[in-house]
Design a protein around this ligand. Structure first.
Ligand code: URP
Ligand code: ZN
Ligand code: ZN
Ligand code: ZN
Length: 500
């Protein structure tokens, strides 16, 4: 009888973010127990042959919205189907967003997300929490979440006016609190006031279709908010993470800020790296609506390649998907008015293959950078490295056996997600996950999923991630402005007279 919790992966090439080595990996009880050649292994273990394959850390998707209630409906990929699909694509952990309604408790929303997700997840997960309004209670709850609930990242919206959007003074307060409690501030960077005005203008021009979504929020609307968020974060010495960087203009802003020494990280998503916004001009309304998300996929077809270049060169740091899926009949809520089309696209299943195809197969990045941007950097920024994001003794056994030469064609007909289309439909990808191991269990093997709802675990995260806070803390000590010491002024002063 083979022991399912003891696995030997033989003959593969281990790829970490810093180097690749030919080596075997021995897994026991959910952890990587040994890495090396000629290992002394107990009898009866399950042996997996990885000859000619890569052995990589499981993918970490930094940005999902499973079963999110949003724009009057609910995302169709729930925590069960969504995490199963993730595993089939080589992703072994997701970070989802708790999004409380304006005026409601962050802690209560967090508890609801935990109850829902804990029962359903098939892979490990963690939670970011959105700050959708501001008050002393919110400030206090952020502290409790960081100290007691394993949350070290908070998302602030600069868009969705009157729903989730914060004003600049509220961003200042929220960023200050993030810094105070050792968290990282995340922003949805778009100018919500300009979007609201732009939407009115497009509708008044009779533009009601999906193209109106991009036309009312062109690139500079994203770039301006990105720059504003960076400026506010710098004013309070708070590390910043820009979620879903979708345009060349916004990516340039992040890149320039990094070159000017700002502690800022940019997250492009699979959709933005693998496709573009030209689809929103398609004559078939349903086809066009599938691609509506915020910030929009850009109609400039050079955008995906440009974002990939920046990702390859560390101007952008990490990849997510913003997986927030609405089927066509849900998108149809906005058939006569693009502002009512539920925003969101798929990606959680296909991110790894899309990035391999457009990043590694294209020659823009090597296999090590692939691991950095799909896994290790996320674990470092969100503070669970090297528990995850690395193949080494003692790490969680979230491991993918990756065939860099195999190909697959992406299609809604074969994907595991609940949504009834796929924005990457027809894309031929090199780079296929052959086996996925989650916490030491084979959960996906050559097309077969073997997983149960609730099999994944919540991963709590500590504040003050060293990867970002070493610089922040040092700057705090040496970067305080000080007054010029001078003699008091003792000359004449004019007299001011009260009244007109
Ligand atoms: O279109 C999107 N991005 N939907 C999900 C909500 C968000 O802003 O991330
Ligand atoms: Zn967002
Ligand atoms: Zn199209
Ligand atoms: Zn999102």
């Amino acid at each position: 009888m083979l022991n399912q919790s003891r696995i030997l992966i033989k003959g593969g090439k281990i790829v970490n973010e810093d180097c690749s080595i030919s080596s075997d990996v021995y897994i026991e009880d959910g952890r990587i127990k040994e890495v090396g050649l000629n290992l002394q292994i107990p009898a009866g273990v399950t042996v997996i042959d990885a000859t000619d394959k890569l052995v990589i850390p499981g993918g970490i998707d930094t940005h999902t919205h499973m079963e999110l209630a949003f724009m009057g409906t609910k995302a169709v990929d729930d925590f069960h189907i969504g995490t199963k699909a993730a595993l089939a694509g080589g992703t072994t952990m997701i970070l989802d967003f708790v999004i409380p309604q304006r005026g409601t408790s962050l802690l209560e929303a967090y508890d609801r997300w935990r109850v829902t997700a804990d029962a359903k997840v098939c892979c490990d997960y963690s939670l970011h929490v959105a700050v959708t309004w501001w008050s002393d209670k919110v400030k206090k709850e952020m502290e409790t979440l960081a100290k007691e609930k394993g949350v070290n990242s908070f998302k602030m919206f600069m868009a969705y006016k009157d729903v989730f959007m914060l004003q600049d003074h509220e961003l200042y307060a929220a960023f200050s609190q993030c810094k105070e409690i050792g968290a990282i501030a995340q922003v949805h960077a778009e100018n919500g006031d300009l979007i609201a005005e732009g939407a009115k203008k497009m509708l008044s021009l009779g533009i009601t279709g999906p193209e109106g979504h991009e036309l009312c929020r062109p690139e500079e609307v994203e770039a301006e908010a990105t720059q504003r968020a960076i400026t506010i974060a710098h004013a309070v010495n708070c590390p910043l993470y820009v979620v879903h960087v979708m345009s060349k203009s916004a990516a340039k802003v992040v890149s320039n800020a990094r070159r000017n020494g700002r502690v800022v990280f940019g997250e492009p998503i699979a959709a933005g790296l693998g496709t573009d916004g030209t689809h929103c001009w398609h004559k078939d309304w349903a086809h066009a609506a599938k691609f509506v998300m915020g910030p929009p996929l850009r109609p400039d077809p050079s955008t995906p390649g440009y974002l990939m270049d920046l990702l390859a060169n560390d101007d952008l740091s990490v990849t997510g998907t913003d997986n927030c899926t609405f089927s066509v009949c849900q998108k149809a809520l906005g058939k006569d008015d693009f502002t009512k089309i539920p925003n969101g696209v798929n990606g959680v299943e296909d991110r790894m293959s899309v990035i391999w195809e457009k990043g590694v197969h294209s020659g823009k990045m090597d296999e090590n950078r692939f691991v950095a941007v799909t896994s290790s950097n996320a674990a470092k920024i969100f503070n669970f490295y090297p528990q995850k994001g690395k193949i080494a003794k003692g790490c969680d056994a979230d491991v993918v056996i990756w065939d860099p030469k195999a190909t697959r064609k992406i299609s809604a007909a074969t994907h595991h997600q609940a949504v009834d289309y796929n924005i990457f439909e027809g894309m031929e990808c090199h780079g296929v996950p052959v086996v996925t191991i989650s916490r030491g269990k084979v959960v996906y093997e050559r097309g077969q999923l073997k997983t149960q709802p609730g099999q994944g675990r919540f991963v709590p995260r500590q504040p003050y991630a060293e990867f970002i806070y070493k610089r922040v803390n040092q700057r705090e000590q040496v970067g305080q402005p000080s007054p010029v010491i001078r003699k008091p002024y003792d000359g004449e002063i004019i007299h001011l007279h009260a009244g007109p």
